[in-house]
Design a binder for this molecule. Structure first.
Ligand code: DGL
Length: 277
């Protein structure tokens, strides 16, 4: 009697590359660990070249290409762009450059916001580059008809979060400045259109008021990454119980700072390696 032998690729964990300009994508990574417990996750924080959202499109495209090349060299089979700015500015070019590789991006959650709003006034907090991108403008034009979108380019916010002082008075002032502009417009729903903003979600909620609905897409993106790509090609990946423990964390910036964030956010002490890409 002959027993079937599983092909070798079905036994090695699927390798998922994840990147952001810094710590923002950790919110997506945390969810990916839950959704894809059998996967090997490789995260790169491009903090040495951040913030993306206040730099030229050319900078974002060049950096995204470099980081993706690095992830590919590490064996990534799927790429999750855990950054709204890189998705808005560079994802079409990355897909063109690596046509065989599935890319999952993240974009401001306009659709869930349209379902949540009662008064038709939606605030979108995102980087200047995201809001100014053709991709975002097209998304907004396609989805929004009667409702009003109030766009707030939150200059300085991602950089301040990256710096790590999440609860200091300067941070609260910065959050208040950006939120005050949206409060004045009477929005009842606010979209967090930058993965970094999750880290100050509680301050945004406090500044906007408890009744305002906050839309954050980190979890939805991770679910989408799991459902549409990896789970279809590798059903075994989702069947393993627990959290993914095969984790590689790298940064082009300050490793100790990134490690503190990763520890607080993911609850584990995985060593962070600084890389030059
Ligand atoms: N976390 C990124 C995003 O989702 C951008 C932050 C930055 O400006 O670097 O847009």
């Amino acid at each position: 009697m002959k027993f079937p032998v599983a092909p070798i690729e079905a036994m090695t964990p699927v390798r998922v590359g994840v990147f952001d300009s810094g710590v923002g994508g950790l919110s997506v990574l945390r969810e990916l660990r839950r959704q894809l417990p059998g996967a090997a996750l490789h995260y790169v924080a491009d903090a040495g070249h951040a913030p993306y959202g206040e730099r030229s499109d050319e900078h974002v495209v060049t950096r995204s290409r470099r980081v993706v090349s690095h992830l590919m060299e590490g064996g990534a089979q799927v790429i999750v762009i855990a950054c709204n700015t890189a998705t808005a500015v560079a994802s079409h070019l990355l897909r063109e450059a690596w046509p065989e590789t599935p890319f999952i991006g993240v974009e401001p959650g306009i659709k869930p916001a349209l379902l949540a709003t009662l008064n038709g006034r939606i605030g979108v907090m995102a980087t200047r580059a995201t809001l100014g991108s053709e991709k975002f403008q097209r998304l907004a034009a396609a989805l929004v008809t009667r409702e009003a979108l109030h766009l707030r380019a939150c200059d300085g916010l991602a950089a301040a979060i990256e710096h790590g002082l999440l609860d200091n008075p300067e941070m609260l002032t910065l959050v208040e400045t950006h939120c005050a502009a949206l409060r004045e417009q009477g929005v009842d729903t606010v979209v967090l259109g930058c993965t970094h903003y999750t880290f100050v979600r509680q301050h945004i909620q406090a500044a906007m008021g408890a009744a305002v609905h906050i839309v954050d897409t980190a979890e939805a993106v991770a679910r989408h990454a799991a459902d549409t790509t990896v789970r279809k090609t590798r059903p075994d990946v989702a069947d393993t119980p627990g959290h993914s423990t095969l984790l590689t964390l790298q940064t082009t910036g300050d490793a100790a700072r990134f490690q503190r964030f990763a520890h607080a956010w993911l609850g584990l002490e995985t060593a962070v390696r600084r890389v030059v890409i």
